[in-house]
Design a binder for this molecule. Structure first.
Ligand code: PLP
Length: 271
């Protein structure tokens, strides 16, 4: 992005996007309320019609596990002459046909200008990639300082990511198992009265609110054999702490039943 361009970021975009914005030459980075289309439009309306604009959003949000409202984002982008970039670190391998991600899930692969993903989640490796039209890729290859001046991906990581892609494509049962086990766990947690943020992905946030309580619950759950990630400020607002629970295709229903029992016990103790 150039000095006089504008970036519009969802408020819950991943920290790496914020750092990317800082590394770019853009002076004007605007934040809109999370997945709030009125807020995005209000920001777009303020910008000069002929300025370069890029809307950046996670596809599946890393903390709350919800999915970007991509159809509405694309509509607004067309109306106000903006381009759209989707960080699909958590969408690839999970949503869309054969795990092709959020844009595919909405049938909008051709409408999104840049799709970025990492190899470190579903692809079980390290590194990442972007997919875009040839002119965009050519521009990045010749302009991106980190791309030009940093060592490239080790071949072993590229090979591991490629193999993971092949498995995802050829064994669609794994993606289905991932969604099934997540839905099973979501229903079980709800039934047990554990406060969760509802959704449809393999990330299920569990509300714990207070920071000390969050750490205590995390520690005691670990002692009970359940590993969860505590999420505290600045990743969330004060008083909105949570446990980020996430699931894999190889989790079993028996393991989920055990985990729910542990949740029930620990939440009763720290109610
Ligand atoms: C949405 C999102 N984008 C980018 C990244 C960065 O991925 P990596 O750690 O592979 O660089 C993450 C990692 O947590 C993420 O959640």
């Amino acid at each position: 992005m150039g000095r006089h361009d504008y970036i519009l970021n969802d408020a819950e975009n991943h920290a790496s996007i914020i750092d990317g914005c800082r590394l770019s030459f853009v002076k004007n980075v605007l934040r809109y309320e999370h997945n709030d289309m009125a807020s995005l439009e209000e920001r777009l309306q303020r910008l000069p019609g002929d300025a370069g604009k890029l809307i950046i959003t996670d596809g599946v949000f890393s903390m709350s596990g919800d999915i970007a409202k991509l159809p509405e984002i694309i509509k607004l982008a067309r109306k106000y002459g903006a381009r759209v970039m989707v960080d699909d670190a958590h969408g690839v391998g999970m949503v869309g046909e054969c795990g092709r991600g959020t844009a595919n899930y909405f049938g909008l692969e051709d409408e999104v200008d840049i799709i970025m993903t990492t190899f470190s989640k579903s692809l079980a490796s390290l590194g990442g990639c972007i997919a875009a039209d040839q002119d965009v890729i050519g521009y990045v290859k010749h302009k991106s300082r980190p791309f030009i001046f940093s060592a490239s991906l080790p071949p072993a990581n590229a090979a591991a990511a490629r193999e993971a892609l092949r498995i995802i494509k050829e064994e669609p049962g794994r993606q289905k198992a991932l969604i099934d086990i997540s839905n099973y766990m979501r229903a079980k947690l709800k039934e047990a009265g554990i406060p969760i943020l509802d959704g449809g992905t393999a990330i299920i946030p569990v509300f714990t609110y207070d920071m000390n309580r969050t750490f205590l619950i995390t520690k005691v759950l670990f002692e009970e054999g359940v590993y969860v990630n505590p999420v505290i400020p600045p990743a969330v607002k004060d008083g909105e702490c949570m446990l980020r629970t996430s699931y894999t295709a190889t989790h079993t229903r028996e393991q989920m039943d055990t985990a729910v029992e542990a949740f029930k016990k620990v939440f009763a103790r720290f109610s």
